[in-house]
Design a binder for this molecule. Structure first.
Ligand code: ATP
Length: 369
């Protein structure tokens, strides 16, 4: 199989196995070491999330600076997002929001969530109205993860990119050449539509607090921490290069591995909404989960257990029993469907309570600082 490619628009791996050590060295981010995790636990007075303990969130940029500032009493804000390309989130997206919720609770900080419906309009054959509808539906999944209304603002780019945010988008775009965009994102400046070249500025701008004068207060300068999978790194590498020119803080990142696709080994390194057979969606029933897992690769089953079985001892026992032959792959799949259903059933119950009124509240610009 060909070379490994990891950009926000394409993840392909040699023989389906992503080489994370190579990404870290190519991208120039840092590994999260045990000392950093200990420091985080000490500062938040909470045990580290299993995603941290298990090396799922494994890399970062400038997390130390965020912790230094926090220790001195300076708060930061969290920024993450979703490009609504499907009716609902899949488990890979859920990983991001579960972890973001842990960070919001552990540090008690505000959070902005971008719905990049504009991006999906440019990249996919979907109307703007449909992208917005998908975005609102995805936002209900996101809210069911338990985010606190008084600390959380969710925005649709099609609705909200104006005012201070648009000022920053424009300033950022004035620093970026088409050639640089092509090189960083694997685009073609000659043949790709203009919207693809412009979009990165729209994803970069919310990493700066001055984009949100109605949410943080006018001109407020706050540090930003971005939880995301490592494919999003190119946007924020750029944001960090631009920060000194904007006289703003460099955004920091905390970055995860990918949840693999169900069948793995298919050349794509990650579960993706763009290939629905690769994905378990948060709206799936127990029956659907079982059906999808029937064709799952061993490595995906083990990976999903590592992501979603919260209890360390139970997880170790499952893995050990599988290695020794005491548990078959069928047994593991049964265990896994129970583990996943517990997470999804709870989420689906919470989503049933998220009506349009609650959604509108989360999407109403208001101070969350
Ligand atoms: P998809 O093709 O599935 O829609 P995407 O990368 O376009 O994938 P986004 O909505 O842009 O999806 O991503 C939202 C967040 O979820 C980003 O931080 C992205 O890196 C992360 N993400 C997407 N797929 C996975 C995955 N399989 N495992 C872990 N994180 C993922």
């Amino acid at each position: 199989m060909g070379e490994q490619v990891v950009t926000p628009y394409s993840v392909s791996a040699r023989n389906g196995a992503v080489d994370y050590a190579r990404i870290v060295s190519d991208f120039g981010c840092k590994l999260i070491d045990p000392q950093l995790i200990q420091r985080l636990e000490k500062l938040t007075n909470k045990p580290a999330h299993p995603f941290l303990r298990r090396g799922i969130f494994f890399a970062h940029r400038d997390l130390e600076s965020i912790l230094d500032a926090y220790e001195q009493g300076h708060k930061f804000f969290l920024y993450t997002g979703r490009g609504p390309s499907s009716e609902s989130l899949h488990l890979g997206h859920l990983v991001q929001f579960m972890f973001t919720k842990y960070l919001q609770d552990a540090f008690d900080v505000p959070l902005v969530i971008q719905l990049s419906d504009d991006e999906k309009f440019i990249w996919k054959d979907i109307s703007q109205e449909e992208c917005q509808r998908l975005g609102r539906n995805n936002a209900k999944d996101i809210i069911s993860c338990g985010f606190r209304l008084e600390r959380t603002f969710i925005f649709s780019n099609l609705d909200y990119v104006s005012g201070a945010l648009f000022d920053n988008v424009l300033t950022i775009s004035s620093f970026l050449s088409s050639n640089a965009m092509s090189a960083v994102f694997g685009l073609n400046a000659e043949t790709d539509v203009l919207g693809k070249l412009l979009y990165p500025a729209v994803q970069i701008a919310p990493a700066f607090s001055t984009s949100f004068d109605d949410v943080f207060g006018e001109g407020i300068k706050m540090r930003c921490l971005i939880p995301c999978a490592i494919d999003q790194d190119p946007y924020f590498r750029l944001s960090r290069d631009l920060a000194p020119r904007l006289k703003l803080y460099k955004p920091a990142l905390i970055e995860s591995r990918f949840l693999p696709s169900i069948e793995a080994g298919d050349g794509s390194g990650k579960m993706s909404a763009s290939s629905p057979n690769s994905a378990i969606f948060v709206t799936d029933t127990l029956e659907e989960i079982k059906q999808k897992l029937a064709g799952a690769a061993v490595e995906s089953v083990l990976a999903y257990l590592t992501f979603f079985e919260e209890n360390d001892a139970v997880l170790e026992e499952m893995k050990a029993d599988f290695s020794s032959g005491k548990r078959s792959l069928e047994d593991l799949k049964n265990d896994l469907s129970k583990v996943l259903w517990e997470v999804l059933e709870n989420l689906q119950q919470l989503k049933a309570e998220v009506d349009d009124k609650i959604l509108s509240e989360f999407m109403r610009p208001r101070l969350i600082r």
